[in-house]
Ligand binder design. Sequence first.
Ligand code: 9MR
Length: 746
Amino acid sequence: MNRRRTALLSLTALLAAGLAAVPAGPAGADEVERIRNGTFDAGTESWWTSGVTAGPDGGGLCADVPGGTVNRWDAAVGQNDLALTEGETYRVSFRASGAPAGHGVRAVVGLQVPPYDAYHEVVPQLDVSGDTYTYTFTAPAGTAQGQLAFQLGGAADPWRFCLDDVSLLGGVPPEKHEPDTGPRVRVNQIAYLPRGPKNATLVTEATTPLPWQLRAASGAVLARGRTVPRGVDASSGQNVHSIDFGARRTPGTGLTLTVDGETSRPFDIGTAAYEQLSLDAAKFYYTQRSGTPIRDDLRPGYGRAAGHVDVAPNQGDGAVPCQPGVCDYTLDVTGGWYDAGDHGKYVVNGGISVWQLLSTHERALHARTGDADRLGDGSLALPESGNKVPDILDEARWELQFLLKMQVPDGEPLAGMAHHKIHDEQWTGLPLLPSADPQKRELHPPTTAATLNLAATAAQAARLYEPYDRRFAATALTAARKAWAAALAHPDVLASEADGTGGGAYPDGNVTDEFYWAAAELYLTTGEREFKDHVLTSPVHTADVFGPVAFDWASTAVPARLDLATVPSRLPGRDAVRRSVRAGADRYLATLRAHPYGMPYAPAGQRYDWGSTHQVLNNAVVLATAHDLTGDAKYRDGAVQAMDYVLGRNALNVSYVTGYGEVSAQNQHSRWYARQLDPASPRPPAGSLAGGANSSIQDPLAQEKLKGCVGQFCYIDDIRSWSTNELTINWNAALAWMASYVADQG
Ligand code: 9MR
């Protein structure tokens, strides 16, 4: 299932720290300079210019950049025919200034020929006096047609750019990555519930119990105890102890744990943070919307033009053709959410995301501790707020309407099926606003998996929107039935693993679980015999589906099982379904109890999955559902404790949720939350979940910095690391579900 994105244009930029002015040192023995005439001693020889008036000035080169160009590449200076070797590390450095101050220059090393892949890019802001900029990167591919370009276009007014001392040194040593993991006492940096479990992990060489103190912000000791040595933790390679301070129930803020000479990052005992997190995690979706302007009054700092409406340079999603040879019609597939940090829209991932947001609402309707007002009308500051429909349903509908548009129209051979995905013909670079994407958009072939995702979510929608909009509910149910019939007629049309240019492949070789899921949702909505029979005769119905990873976009048996267990129905044998959920939860509980970091996640060989943070959360969803079903506090305590890992109780001492915790992920891979690359771009909004540790480290940055990493350590908070640090609609859905659940336990 590993997706390669080698042609990605997003192998980019450096941390703000890397922007410091560092003089380029002399070349060492094996270091080879690739730039010719980098000091401009021979005038402009070897350099080209485009869209600017440029010439030698003050020992360097200066360019007068016209105002009013659209794209960065409309005005540029550069050098071609640089030989780059795959896997070799390069240090690129240059001195640059800009007048007036504040203009950004996109300095990019990449291909001078199509598809113009960027191997490394940065957009530093220039000032008038000038600075030296130095970055290190490893070339993901080799070429004799490498280019270093300084792109200057896109400004409204003319400005002047000056450049000197340009160097591209090959054969430099890769930069060693030493994560700053802070104090060795690892806590949930947000909050522990007053009546919930309270656990922490200490990294230490000590092998005997150590005394700990829980302290108030004032320094006063509130509680004391002794650690429990746990030996070497396989998921991190660290020797650790665990700390249990669950006896302390009094709410407080700014608390710390002190042990072994170290003091933890601060945390609260309270519920308020989870109430906020349940909102922020769900608010994430509005700024992922395609096809509509994002209102700055609703999301200050995040307003932007509509993406992929038919306004240049977008080619728009209003009439999208298929890939050549796939179909001869076009579809209006505007709307929906962008999947992640890319501009693609994928039905299978949209499906699981919609299901989990709808389930956040549906759980609140049925669970003892559920509070459906939490995400009710007016809660999420949406354009639709105030329409008397719960905001969470308004948000999910934005994607549902897109999913419906992906259905093959009547009269076509595959009528009723759903196209797998729609995205750019080629990968684009970062940063790039959705409205600035110039690529051609294409529909990819329909698949059985996408069709069943449509059937499942549209069927679920039919029962949940019924009280608010009967017409929409009826439309959804009709589409779901049609999709179901089309999937039965075409039961094994699979997505190609090779279809990963310009967007993710999302291949899934087994759709038995998708059939089961769609049948379950159709049955729960209609009660009809055909769907009941399919559920009862599916091998998935009685299979052990609670593996190390409970569910994700490709594994949808558990979503079906959870809904069959919790949504009222007359399904024969429903008790056995409920017992199976409980048995699954018992397993995650056992994993959690054996884990010194308290996670219900221990993949074989500690090989962390792509998006492991959401896998931890989805396993916790099973625990939470067992609690909803049985009322047994041990399941609640397990579910709640799983949040600790995501919020800071981990080997890296980082909260994977932006804006939550003293140190949190800030640089997730995204084309429009690209602050790390461009100071004019925002960071991801508060409540954005990073994918987290991924043992397969598919991107070149992670391959360079994290080589040989163990489990939890396979993560880096860098925008270039798309395999460990992206943000996505399906991962945030797991966070939204769990944050709501935890808030309900207050
Ligand atoms: O999260 C997805 C992972 O499970 C798959 O193995 C991989 C290959 O298809 O794709 C991941 O999803 C990415 C998608 O393909 C494109 N948009 C960004 C997604 C997160 O990286």
